[in-house]
Write a protein that binds this ligand. Structure first.
Ligand code: HEM
Length: 402
């Protein structure tokens, strides 16, 4: 008999490398039950996909985080089911259309080059602190209409809000304080936008109507918290993970540098290989039979994106990073009614980031000894990414600007 599988998603050793544990769960206990922590977990691709698809049996309304009603301190559509979720989603889906995203590209590129300029002559830096953490937070803060002097605080509070102590689901006091800080600042911002509306998303939500009624401050706050919590660290990890993997696989990086049109394939493989969101949580609305076990009604079930995206039933040699892989689908952005609303924006930011990095510092090397990982709720990935490079001046092309 092998040792029982112990999977604690908050354990720091899991954050270092969850994949051996995921492999055991998929093979030995695909309907995994953790009696100490009182949750179930699904790890096979098909099961995770079905969990996201089947919102009637796997509801989001009882919290989407483990053992808490959610780390997002205001109710929002991510914690709702259709039809209410569908109505709320319709209100902001327009902010993320392909047309709107395309219109954001020049600004994202300007921001990217501005951040790269601050360290390009130094020849080395922590790419997360100096770039990957800054770009997504600036983009979302601007989208929401927060003034530039707020961006740094919003980013720091968001990261702090998601941080957890080793093995513990409950947010530490610092995370609760950070969450309160965000709520407080957004309340102020909503008040300011009510008086002086702008071209931003908060102003648009203030003006929007849902079945003839205006949104309340709490509802707008829910959107703001959702976007800042959902889009900041995740995109940061995506950018950093992609750079890290390309640095490790020099031949694949050369291919991408020779043909930047392959960057989106590298980004997709990075999303699969190191999914920034490792899981979401649902609650069963009835008994669910799976692989010879019954998950009783009312139980929390983790849908393990990170494990599903490494399932050999679905992906050939899943532990290999391979940008040439033919991939029909991965689950990094979830699936179904809650499919990530910011997927297009995250892909755009990652593409532009990679284009500009490859134009300016194509020979980057990672100091593996200096790497550390983040210890957060369901967001996984690098916390530091020390890189060395020889600066090269942009030639005016180097990226697919046209
Ligand atoms: C690499 C970056 C990102 C990853 C990996 C990611 C991942 C996810 C996942 C897995 C879900 C599904 C949640 C569920 O089923 O319960 C989701 C939903 C969502 N994401 Fe993202 N996300 C990313 C970037 C963004 C960005 C940039 C934004 C906003 C600007 C955003 C906004 C949202 C929103 C609003 C939802 C909820 C949609 C709904 O409930 O209908 N995300 N995201």
């Amino acid at each position: 008999m092998s040792e029982p599988i112990v999977y604690n998603p908050f354990a720091y050793e899991i954050h270092e490398d969850p994949y051996p544990t995921y492999a055991r769960m998929r093979e030995e206990e695909p309907t995994y039950w953790n009696p100490e922590m009182g949750f179930w977990a699904l790890s096979r691709f098909e099961d995770v996909l079905n969990g996201y698809r089947d919102w009637e049996r796997f509801t989001s309304t009882q919290g989407i985080a483990l053992g808490e009603s959610g780390n997002i301190s205001a109710p929002s559509m991510i914690g709702m089911d259709p039809p209410v979720q569908t109505k709320l989603r319709k209100l902001i889906v327009r902010a993320f259309t392909p047309k709107r995203m395309a219109a954001m590209e020049p600004r994202i590129r300007d921001l990217t080059t501005k951040f790269l300029d601050t360290f390009i002559e130094e020849g080395e830096c922590d790419l997360i602190a100096r770039f990957a953490a800054l770009l997504p937070s600036d983009v979302i803060s601007t989208l929401l209409g927060a003034p530039p002097e707020d961006h740094s605080n919003l980013r720091i509070w968001t990261a702090e809000m998601l941080t957890r102590e080793d093995g513990v689901a409950r947010p530490p006091p610092a995370a609760e304080q950070a969450s309160a800080n965000l709520v407080g600042r957004f309340h102020e911002l909503i008040g300011e936008k009510r008086k002086r509306p702008g071209e931003d998303l908060i102003s648009a939500l203030i003006a929007a109507e849902l079945e003839g009624e205006r949104l309340t401050d709490e509802e707008i706050l829910g959107f703001a918290m959702l976007l800042i919590a959902g889009g900041n660290e995740t995109t940061e990890k995506l950018i950093a993970n992609t750079v890290h993997q390309l640095a490790r696989h020099a031949e694949q990086r050369s291919t991408v540098i020779a043909d930047p049109r392959r960057i989106p394939a590298a980004v997709e493989e990075s999303l699969r290989f190191r999914s920034p969101t490792q899981y979401m949580v649902r609650t069963t609305t009835c008994d669910v039979e799976l692989h010879g076990r019954t998950i009783p009604k009312g139980e929390q079930v983790m849908l393990l994106i990170g494990a599903a995206n490494h399932d050999p039933r679905r992906f050939d040699s899943p532990e290999r990073f391979d940008i040439a892989r033919v991939m029909e689908q991965h689950l990094a952005f979830g699936y179904g009614v809650h499919f990530c609303l910011g997927a297009r924006l995250a892909r755009l930011e990652a593409r532009v980031a990679l284009e500009e990095i490859h134009a300016r510092m194509p020979d980057y090397e990672v100091d593996e000894a200096g790497i550390s990982v983040v210890h957060a709720t369901n967001v996984a990935g690098l916390a530091t990414l020390p890189v060395r490079f020889s600066p090269s001046r942009p030639s005016g092309s180097g990226s697919s600007r046209n």
